[in-house]
Design a protein around this ligand. Structure first.
Ligand code: TTP
Ligand code: MG
Length: 391
């Protein structure tokens, strides 16, 4: 069940702000990302306090992230394992992060997100901004919730992990909104509710105010919440009291901020991939095989490729072996960038045959299809379809 924060109720009254002024900036952040991937790989860990990044025996290491079950005890990122285990001794520590897998899941999520809009920016391994202003005003009658739900559903269906989404009239408010309702939440702050939203929040929730600045504000001015800063009304008063920070605060409180994102020709992840772990599933009573699964994965990769008008030069077949968990990647590159599904299909099956020749009956745990090395279509080069459709 996805929680949607209360501001939505109030947002029904949208008449006060003329429609053309409404911007919809989304901030999407994956929930306890590294831990969520580990749980997806090992579902028996679900519901437990999991820490990624340390060793319980030697008590060495630092918490890179932990599940919300561990956070309830006060465990957080950056904390030493010694301190974390004092707070939550029953935590399960996963000693080393599987960075290649995290990167693969991140690439796939970015690839999903980038299909929603050209105005997309990948901000870190597990967060991105999207400007969905046009589509929400045009096709969703100014209601951003259905598209936020669709994004969450798609990420969950494809990668099996949850995210939280913040929506605001600029990127700063969108990011602050995301943390309001984590994990698995959607928070929409309409422009006319910015002040009401900010008022009770601690100043450190403002992106750019680190623990040191927050401590200084507390010590020098007794300021803990944004509401205390809002008591001053003009920019002049805020600058006089808080110096250069005053200008920054005034902008945020007045709802000023980034409302547009640079259009991405090629999104940050630079690849589109779709994979599936077998987990011993059956289909029509028969065990799933790579041969049966690959055409579906190729369809999905090609669908995303055409949606974005991308053209690839490299096709990769990724195979994880059941017994050793070893990853085998086989790629083939082409001189010209193209978007031909049959090219992906024939290449993937050639690569699978190569794999079968060298690995005989070795059981497979996972297969994935990836297209990458994107390039623009050569304007002089016609696709076969263009050629035949020419009169
Ligand atoms: P975050 O998005 O900050 O944290 P999170 O996704 O684990 O939890 P949530 O968003 O639900 O609050 O960081 C994303 C990943 O980056 C995180 O899973 C692990 C990694 N990371 C580190 O390796 N070291 C760190 O200090 C932090 C903060 C994150
Ligand atoms: Mg996160």
């Amino acid at each position: 069940m996805v929680a949607i924060v209360a501001f939505l109720q109030k947002s029904q009254n949208q008449a006060k702000v003329p429609k053309k002024e409404r911007n919809f900036l989304f901030h999407v952040d994956l929930d306890c990302f590294f831990a969520a991937v580990e749980i997806r790989e090992q579902p028996s860990l679900k519901g437990l306090p999991i820490i990624v990044g340390g060793d319980k025996e030697s008590k060495r290491g630092v918490v890179t992230t932990c599940t919300y079950e561990a956070r309830r005890f006060g465990v957080h990122s950056g904390m030493s394992i010694v301190d974390a285990l004092k707070l939550c001794p029953e935590s399960i520590c996963l000693p080393r992060g599987n960075y290649l897998l995290y990167r693969e899941v991140s690439d796939s999520v970015m690839s999903i997100l980038s299909t929603y809009t050209d105005e997309f920016r990948c901000a870190s391994i597990d967060e991105a901004y999207l400007n969905l202003t046009k589509i929400i005003n045009k096709e969703f009658n100014g209601n951003p919730i259905p598209i936020a739900e669709e994004i969450k559903k798609e990420i969950f269906e494809i990668e099996g992990i949850t995210c939280s989404i913040g929506i605001g009239s600029n990127t700063t408010i969108a990011k602050m909104a995301t943390s309001q309702n984590k994990p698995n939440g959607i928070t929409y702050i309409p422009k006319e509710h910015i002040k009401e939203f900010l008022k009770p929040l601690p100043v450190r929730r403002i992106s750019g105010i680190g623990p040191k600045s927050a401590e200084r504000l507390q010590k020098n001015h007794g300021v803990e919440t944004i509401g205390q800063i809002m008591k001053l009304e003009t920019e002049y008063e805020m600058i006089r009291k808080y110096g250069s920070l005053g200008k920054f605060f005034y902008r945020i409180i007045s709802g000023e901020g980034r409302t547009k994102l640079k259009t991405n020709d090629y999104y940050g992840a630079q690849s589109i991939s779709k994979g599936r772990t077998f987990y011993g599933y059956l289909e029509d009573g028969e065990p799933i095989t790579a041969e049966k699964l690959l055409p579906k994965l190729i369809d999905q990769v090609h669908e995303r490729l055409t949606k974005k008008s991308f053209r690839f030069k490299t096709v990769t077949l990724e195979i994880k072996l059941q017994n050793s968990f070893k990853n085998i990647n086989k790629s083939r590159s082409f001189l010209a960038a193209n978007d031909d599904k049959e090219r992906i299909n024939s290449t993937v099956f050639e690569l699978l045959e190569e794999f079968r020749n060298t690995h005989k009956d070795e059981p497979i745990r996972k297969v994935a299809v990836r297209v990458s090395n994107f390039g623009k279509k050569d304007s002089n080069q016609k696709s076969i379809t263009d050629f035949f459709s020419e009169k």
